[in-house]
Design a protein around this ligand. Sequence first.
Ligand code: 3HC
Ligand code: NAI
Length: 700
Amino acid sequence: MTAEYQVHGDVAVITLNNPPVNGLGLATRQGIVDGLAKAEDDASVKAIVITGAGGAFSGGADIKEFGTPKSLQDPNLHSVIRALENCSKPVVAAIHTVCMGGGLELALGCHYRVGAPGCAVALPEVKLGILPGAGGTQRLPRVIGVEPALNMIVTGETVQSDMLAMIPGQKLFDKLTASKESLADEALAFARSVADARPLPLVRNLPCKHPKGEAYFQFARNMVKGMAKNFPAPLKCVDAVQAATTSRNFEDGLMTERELFLNLMMTPESRSLRHLFFAERAASKIPDVPSDTPKRDIKKVGVIGAGTMGGGISMNFLNAGIPVTILEMKQDALDRGIAIIRKNYEAQVKKGKLKQDKYEARMALLSTSLAYEDLKDCDLIIEAVFEDMGVKEQVFSKLDEVAKQGAILASNTSTLDVNQIASFTKRPQDVVGMHFFSPANVMKLLEVVRGEKTAKDVLATVMALGKKIKKTAVVSGVCDGFIGNRMIERYSQQAGFLLDEGATPEQVDKAIEKFGFPMGPFRMIDMAGNDIGWAIRKRRYVEQPDMKYSKTADLLCEMGRFGQKTSAGWYDYEAGKRDAKPSAVVLKMIEDYRAQQGIAPRKISDDEIVQRLIFSLVNEGAKILEEGIASKSGDIDMVYLTGYGFPIWRGGPMHYAGEVGLFNVVQAMKRFARNPHDDANAWAPSRLIVDLAAQGKTFE
Ligand code: 3HC
Ligand code: NAI
């Protein structure tokens, strides 16, 4: 039983007790209905209080039950709310903290609501690609007004109980208590004060109109359309709230809401968002590192290298109130790095995103140094120097001499072997990869690279720290490129083959941008710099001589076209501008290369472009899973959603492959492998994908 029943004198108290957030799963729903029946049967009970144990009144319907028979099994949430409304004795919701989704809908089904100050109230269903499906769209407008309710429902944002209680004429809270601590007593007293009130008030009986009627909803629809982009749910929220104002009666409004809710639940966008909800939380959990693993105290951070990455990395810690010392080889490099940090903060101040005093407080936490000695009291030192094993060796050997015992030594390397880097020290257990993405103060993703010898408490500390600096931390094992860059290598390889076979950079970019990426591969690499990939390829030509590439990217670099920074890359750029214009020179270079290779160009469809780019990610992702580089497919999706611009509504490459069907993915891969201009080895399907496809399963 996940709802407890107790009697306090003449008031029965039903306490939801389904940790962590009192999700309204089947057993909890049953517990509420059973509690109500007991209270009805007990003549000494005059009123009922419903409240939640622990840190939430209720976080809403149990999302884990979605798509399972339990979610529909009686008593469903509608039946529970009906039982509350029909109870012959007054039912009071006592809300002490989180009251969200189905939890708020449950409270709105009670006759009265008593809230503590500072409760987090929301109908966040839209963030899961659905809308409130247990009367929220019909009842919330009746208690706080149509416009505030629509705002909450369309955005899913949380509003504090104090703010809601200030809405003139609001009927959401009958009483706001003096404090969280006094809620239980005040709710009991309130229940006693209404024990004899009849008839019992029901939210469903309140009127619901907007003075401007259709004109207002048309305006709202126009606003929401722009914001909703590829998600269908926000506009359906408008339809549902409008139904609250136009339906013949309350039950008709509920029916409209139900129909919209069930339709949204079936959409791929909602499946993706629900996957994202769990994948995001699961990413912080490492299978063999228990959640109670002790963590090291990180009070001071050292950063080595004040270049592109070092500056941004430092800002993350300054923003979180953690002092940072940046070390460089020369004063002018330090000065340049600090000036960029200042410029970034000043831009935020100018835009009103950061207060001047906060900016100053952050800068006051920053110190600079040219001497390793100054890092000896740092609890974490992150290296962001040149991507060269020799330089990394110098830095880590030096760190091993000066860093205090127990300090975590991290590398921001994007491709190098973290085990080898750890071997430059006598404390490999303290060495870990912390792979930030550029710009490091903006990008959410942090790949935490687990070396063979990295200690569990080091991992636990870095994961917790990732949360503190507001990153999505995902663990990767050691391999060339870790999760993200190893996969993008295959994607870039396909982009090159597509050029060889007849596509233009613009066509490839447009096709994948239509799929939902903010930028196609050629615009992206022009922004990052073509020379970086060139250097990596040169190394790989030696290390992996069998790997097949289009040579067009190298030819481009030989022409000095490194991208935006040289105003010429795959596209032409006007100096200082970012608008990519197709380049006749590049098209000619590609045509000449095709001719030289004896490839007759063909028309390539956008579908083929998207499939080859995305399925190349999927196959490499499957190999990464199979090798244990990633521990779950959701981690790979999180990497792509937070670090590579994979469209959120498609849920990440591995989830998307499940939506397409792994059988279909394998069939397509076999087709691509037969293409003589492609790399058959790259398309050799991973064992995992073949097995799952044969069983009709997905990666999840
Ligand atoms: N169902 C099931 N599990 C839930 C849940 C829910 N509604 N809400 C949170 N959880 C779980 C999380 O998965 C996580 O589990 P884990 O520890 O095993 O990973 C745990 O609760 C804690 O969650 P957070 O890490 O997010 O903890 P926070 O303290 O940061 O936040 C919260 C708590 C504000 C409740 C946040 O979890 C949240 O926003 N939850 C989603 C709420 C939501 O979307 N509710 C609507 C559900 S749909 C619905 O009600 C349909 C109805 O209209 C019919
Ligand atoms: P960068 O060239 O902009 O900066 C490197 C800085 O390190 C320079 O300021 C240099 O003076 C300093 N430096 C070099 N050797 C040093 C030493 N021995 N001691 C102290 N300082 C030293 O390079 P960037 O782009 O910041 O890259 C740094 C690291 O981050 C590399 O390992 C790179 O692979 C990785 N990385 C880079 C990303 C990017 O997009 N630029 C993304 C993710 C990781």
